[in-house]
Design a protein around this ligand. Sequence first.
Ligand code: NI
Ligand code: MN
Length: 222
Amino acid sequence: MVDLKYIHHSAFMIKHEDKSILIDPWVDKNENFNWHDEPITDILLTHCHGDHLGNAVEIAKEKDAQITAIFETAQYLSKEFNVNTRPVGLGAWINYPWGRALFYPAFHSNSLPDGSYAGVAASIILDIDGVRIFHAGDTCLTGEMKIIKELYAPQIALLPIGGNYTMDVEHAVVAARWLGVKTVVPMHYGTFPEIEADLERFAKLVAIGNTNCQILDPNTDA
Ligand code: NI
Ligand code: MN
C-alpha cells in the first residue's frame, strides 16, 4: 500500500508501511500539514532551488532523516548544515528499506542559495511495492519522457503545469502521453503569479485514452 499526499507546490509525502518519505519539502506554506508527527526517514530533493529545498534542513535535523540529492547539492547540505545526506548521481537505482529511487536528468537549472553550482537538476523515479511514481521536478517537455516510459514504465506522474520555469499545461499533457502513465497529478502551479494555470483545462486535455488526472487538494488526505 502506497499512500501519496500532495502538500504544497512540488512537495509530496509518500507513506509506505511505517515510513514516510518527503520529496521537495517546501511544506511550511501548508498549515494543515504537521510533519512533526510523521515518521519521516528520507527526504529526496530534485534540485536545490528554494521552492524545492524548502524546509528540508529543519526536517532532516528534527527527524534525523537522510537527504538524498545530486552530489553537489548533497555535499553543500552536509557541509553547511551538518545534516545526514546521501549524495547520488544520475541513472542508478538507490535502495532504501521502503523501496528504491532513481535520479534522472531534468531539463532545468540548479544552484545553491548563493547562486553557485549545485550539480544537475533531476526528476526522480520511485519504485515502492511495485508502484512506480515519476516526480518530474522542474523540467521542460523532453523526448526523454519516451525513454523513461520504455525504461521504467511509471504508472503515476507528478508533473509541473505552471509554465514560466517549467512545462505548461499543454506540454504536460504531451508529457503524460509520452510517459504512458495512467494517473497524472499536476503540481508547481498557482504558487506565484507567473505560474498560474488552468487546472480544469489540464484535466480535460489530459483525459484521453486511459489516462486520468487526479487533482489532489493539499488540504485533504488524498
Ligand atoms: Ni527550480
Ligand atoms: Mn521550482
